[in-house]
Design a protein around this ligand. Structure first.
Ligand code: BES
Ligand code: MG
Ligand code: ZN
Length: 471
């Protein structure tokens, strides 16, 4: 892992080299800059060079006056240059506005993730970076958010040979101790007592037991009377069960099927380390989905925790079964609202690809708009899909209350409609199937687990703490 130690540049901080990030005017005014002319040419963008070094070895970075996302990407470009510049200590003078400075450093830091636990040779580099132009507070937030995002990425990147449901509960418990939230783990016997028929049905073909994880964080002076509940799909590995998935490009990526729950864990890490004044509960049903000897067979009817009967016609539509029990479980908290995150459908991934999240729900327009604004702010963008009741007909069952698959069309919507049967509170469902796991590198999001959802949920919950009432 590359360590980027970001610190606010104090007056007495020593640094060998200088990175200067500024607009043209700022470059010209700066006392640091000796070679004004060269900088001017570069800074007005004509040479379209990202950075250059002057005779004294100082490095100058030009950042265009553009979107925050562009700044994050430029942060990523700087990260790529760090190793070739062979310097371990830097000062970065940020002279754009606070938002763009934030985005640039966020992009830089988010780029430093790597997962080499199973590699014989490990990346072991460390950079000291002193910053001006960013408050202590904002820097602490960037550090917290990146750490939380990396935690989610690592949980996704861990193979199932290590991270089964039981190990996952241990990891979440440990993270709770480290970051400051409580974790209660229900084992199989407790899950049976609660009659969580969806979780038990998905787990039936596995020799490994399921867990149901309850996370709780209550900041002092929590601003909400009713808790906010975050639900995450924790399918530790999705073989499809007896409705087995093909291997290449499908089952072989399915260690990532717990990415929704990893985002919930990551969001808890960020919220707790920033000590937000909020009360949040996290619910994570965890199991693998396997075609073992006693596996649920297509055509079986199961009874969910809510009492609803479900005809399981495709064992690969397992996520909605475990989420339904968690969504039902959430009712006891009389939540202000519930957001679930899940790698739920290939249909959502096919519809919008890896650059966004499909969302749907029964929450108010103002709530939805605020969530979408958070999506734009952190560049984890949301696209709303309908929950039109006409499609309910597609999940009607001949012999049970509902069935767990719709038809060839509107697959993300029929999954959402299924979940809606188990909620009685304001709710949004985020299908992150496309954005959770990348098979090729994409700037600061990197490759493999992206930790998508962590920055989004943090941004949204933080916004809630700044409101007087609800959205
Ligand atoms: N985990 C998958 C969804 C998925 C697909 C996530 C691709 C990430 C990338 C989910 O459990 C699943 O198998 N869904 C089925 C549902 C279908 C059988 C109704 C799907 O989308 O094919
Ligand atoms: Mg599946
Ligand atoms: Zn799945």
């Amino acid at each position: 892992m590359t360590q980027l130690n970001l610190k606010v540049l104090g007056s007495n901080a020593k640094s060998n080299q200088v990175v200067f990030l500024a607009k043209l005017e700022a470059l010209q005014e700066s006392k640091l800059l000796k070679d004004y002319q060269k900088a001017s040419i570069l800074a007005d963008g004509k040479e379209k060079k990202f950075h250059f070094r002057d005779e004294s070895g100082n490095l100058f970075v030009y950042i265009a006056d553009e979107s925050e996302e562009k700044c994050r990407k430029q942060g990523n470009q700087l990260f790529s240059s760090l190793s070739s510049l062979k310097l371990t200590e830097w000062a970065i003078y940020l002279e754009a506005n606070e938002e763009r400075n934030y985005a640039f450093i966020e992009g830089l830091k988010l780029s430093s993730y790597s997962f080499d636990k199973y590699k014989s040779s490990k990346v072991d580099k460390s950079y000291e970076i002193y910053l001006s132009g960013l408050s202590e507070e904002n820097l602490a937030e960037i550090n917290s958010l990146c750490k939380a995002n990396f935690t989610a990425r690592t949980l996704v990147n861990e193979p199932h040979s290590f991270l089964n449901a039981n190990q996952y509960s241990k990891e979440i418990t440990q993270l709770g101790q480290e970051f400051g939230f409580s974790v209660k783990v229900l084992n199989k016997a407790a899950i049976q007592e609660h009659k969580m028929g969806g979780v038990l049905a998905v787990n039936k073909g596995s020799i490994q037991e399921p867990t149901f994880n309850i996370l709780e964080y209550k900041g002092s002076n929590a601003c909400n009377n009713k808790p906010i509940v975050l639900v995450g799909k924790g399918v530790m590995y999705d073989t499809g069960g007896l409705s087995l998935k093909p291997t290449p490009g499908s089952m072989d990526l399915m260690k990532s099927d717990m990415a929704g729950s990893a985002a919930v864990v990551g969001a808890f890490c960020a919220i707790a380390s920033q000590k937000l004044p909020i009360h949040v509960i996290g619910l994570i049903p965890a199991t693998d989905n396997r075609p073992g000897l006693d596996a649920v067979v297509p055509g079986d009817v199961i009874t969910m925790m809510s009492g609803k009967s479900v005809e399981v016609l495709n064992t690969d539509a397992e996520g909605r079964l475990i989420l339904a029990d968690a969504l039902h479980y959430a009712k006891q908290y009389e939540p202000e609202f519930v957001i679930d995150l899940a790698t739920l459908t290939g249909a959502a991934a096919r519809a919008i690809g890896s650059q966004g999240i499909v969302c749907m729900g029964n929450a108010s327009e103002s709530f939805k708009n605020s969530l979408k604004e958070s999506g734009l702010a952190v560049h984890e963008r949301l696209v709303e899909f309908p929950l039109w009741e006409e499609y309910e007909a597609m999940i009607k069952s001949d012999i049970a209350d509902i069935k767990n698959i719709g038809g060839a069309a509107a697959g993300a919507t029929t999954a959402g409609l299924f979940l809606q049967h188990f909620v009685d509170y304001p709710w949004m469902h985020l299908d992150i199937a496309g954005a959770a796991f990348l098979t090729s590198t994409d700037s600061y999001r990197g490759k493999n687990g992206t930790g998508v959802g962590v920055r989004l949920i943090y941004n949204f919950i933080k916004k809630r703490t700044q409101l007087n009432g609800t959205f």
